[in-house]
Each structure stands twice: as C-alpha cells, then as structure tokens.
Design a protein around this ligand. Structure first.
Ligand code: G4P
Length: 292
C-alpha cells in the first residue's frame, strides 16, 4: 500500500481536497497518535485555509497513554479540539462525533440566521496514507455505509454518510502526502510502516529505531527480548543480541540480521513492544508557533 509521491501526485491530491473542502463545514485531521508531529502533512493549514479543524489521534491503542493526553492538551491549548481514538475498536468515536458537531454548529447556525434552510453540518477526513482513514470512515459509517453499485466505467457520485443527528461525513477521505524534508519524521514514518521500508534502507531504519527505543523505552526492549542490564550502545550490537535471543541464526552461529530486523519492526508495528510514543508535544515556552 505505501506509495511514492511525485510532485504531480501532490498537486492532484491537493486539487481534489481543495474541491471537496468547498462542500464541508469542518475537517477532521487524522494523525497517528504515536507520531502526531511526524504524521502531519506539512501544508495542512495552508490547504484547509481557515476551515475549522479538529484533530483525531488514531491508533491510540498503540501509543503511550500519558503522551497522548499531553498531545490532546497541547492541541486544545492551541484552540484545536482534539481527541484520542482507536478506529477499529471504536474507542473515542462518540466523543469525536459530538466534538465535530459542536465545532460545525456555529457555521450551520449562521446559515440559518441568514435565512437558509437548516441542514446537517458536513465534515471530511484528511490524513496521510495508513493513518487509518478508511478504518475510521467504516467505523463511523457503521450500518449507514454508503450503498453504491460498483458499475465499471461509472464515476461514483460523492456520498454523504449520516452520523447521528446533525452531521454528514464525506465517504472519501482526503489523502495527503507525508513530510519528506524532515529526515527524523521520515524515519518515524518508516518505523510505523507508513512509508515503504523498501524505499528506505531497512538496516538504517531498524538501527535508528533500536537506538530510539534504547533511549526512550529501554525496558520495553528488555522485556520483549529478555535482555538484562545495560543495552549495547551500538545499534548493530543490540540487533545481534536480539537476533541471538530470538534464534535468528544461520550456519556457523551467525545472526541473520535481516530476519532480526523484520522481527523488530513487526513487533513494534503490531504493538508487541507495548505502547510507544515517538513524538512529544512541543514544550510550552511561550512560543506556540510549532509547524504542524
Ligand atoms: P488509510 O485509509 O489511512 O490508508 O488507513 P487504513 O484505514 O487502511 O489503516 C491502515 C492500517 O492501520 C490497517 O492495518 C488498519 O487496520 C490499521 N489501523 C487503523 N486504525 C487503527 C487503530 O486505531 N489501531 C490499530 N492498532 N490499528 C489501526 P493493515 O495492517 O493495513 O490491515 P489490517 O490489519 O486491517 O488487515
């Protein structure tokens, strides 16, 4: 599923979103709760051009609860409603719907006060690939899933999915490109599987991942791979040690490092290393201007 973005793709993605934005009152920006900074599109603010925005931190089941709470507080401090969700299991979804309604209400009320007929508020979901947009739409839609005949050659009309009382969701999400320029963000996206790791060097990714884990969550590594005491400071030594513990050996007792790399990344992505957050909210130093 991960995809290489070229300038043409980005322009097209942006044009589609800008068109769909005309139809909605508010947007839900979907981020990965483990990496809210790295999973944000660098141009989101510019693209949505003042449309009210709400942040949903998805995959919160895989993130560090304490850090996710700090992120929610951070966004709220910036005046951006935020909520932690877990789309497949439905956690936070009710709150997401009521917060979206509340955010959209001033707009729809204003229309009515100008003499328009009352109508439901409209919302669309935006996010980079793999953050869980389809999962969230499916969860929100529930039994109200858009019914469409998939006839070949027929362009499907936009569908609105009714969410509770006074809200309608556009059934196709806006797909945004990830941060490319920021190397650290790129690596974190690769750890989580949002960026194809064939496109980047898996040895590099695993090395940086292990180094990060050894700094931030050494006990998670100790627990999972039954390591005692100090962890080797060299990532390749740490990988070897893990490979040995997991029996990734080839002839002559040499560690199959590729296999060990796959194990480590798969363990992380499936939550076997526990809940992990790799981006921390900016500290409040009176300079609220963090690029989102
Ligand atoms: P997208 O539309 O934004 O590209 O993302 P999509 O919904 O396809 O979700 C990408 C992957 O993330 C899927 O896994 C999905 O199950 C998983 N996912 C989405 N939301 C959550 C969440 O809140 N928590 C967890 N743990 N996982 C989530 P996949 O491996 O691609 O497919 P599968 O596991 O569903 O078969």
């Amino acid at each position: 599923k991960p995809f290489s973005w070229y300038p043409g793709h980005m322009k097209k993605a942006k044009d589609i979103i800008v068109n769909n934005l005309k139809l909605v009152d508010v947007v839900i920006e979907l981020l990965d709760a483990r990496i809210p900074y790295s999973s944000a599109n660098p141009m989101l603010q510019e693209i949505i051009a003042g449309k009210p925005r709400l942040v949903a931190l998805n995959k919160s089941d895989l993130a560090d609860t304490k850090v996710t709470k700090e992120w929610v507080a951070y966004f709220r401090q910036q005046g951006i409603p935020a909520v932690a969700v877990d789309a497949p299991q439905g956690r936070g979804i009710k709150q997401l719907v009521s917060m979206t309604e509340a955010l959209a209400k001033p707009m729809t009320d204003k229309l009515v006060s100008k003499g328009a007929k009352p109508r439901a508020a409209r919302v669309m979901i935006l996010g980079i690939p793999n953050v869980g947009k389809s999962s969230l739409i499916n969860r929100l839609a529930g039994s109200n899933k858009a019914k469409t005949a998939d006839k070949p050659g027929v362009t499907r009309a936009k569908q609105w999915i009714r969410l509770g009382g006074n809200l309608e969701l556009l059934d196709t999400p806006g797909i945004l490109w990830p941060k490319f320029e920021d190397m650290t963000a790129g690596l974190k996206l690769a750890f989580t599987g949002a960026i194809n790791d064939e496109a980047i060097d898996r040895e590099l990714i695993t090395g940086v991942f292990l180094q990060t884990m050894a700094e931030m969550y050494p006990d998670r590594l100790r627990e999972r791979y039954k390591l005692a005491g100090d962890l080797p400071s060299e990532p390749h030594e740490l990988l070897e040690l893990i490979g040995r513990k997991r029996g990734c050996l080839v002839k002559g007792g040499i560690v199959d490092t590729e296999k060990a790399q796959r194990i480590v990344l798969t363990d992380f992505r499936s939550g076997k290393l526990g809940t992990v957050s790799l981006d921390m909210p900016p500290q409040d130093d009176g300079m609220a201007e963090d690029e989102q």
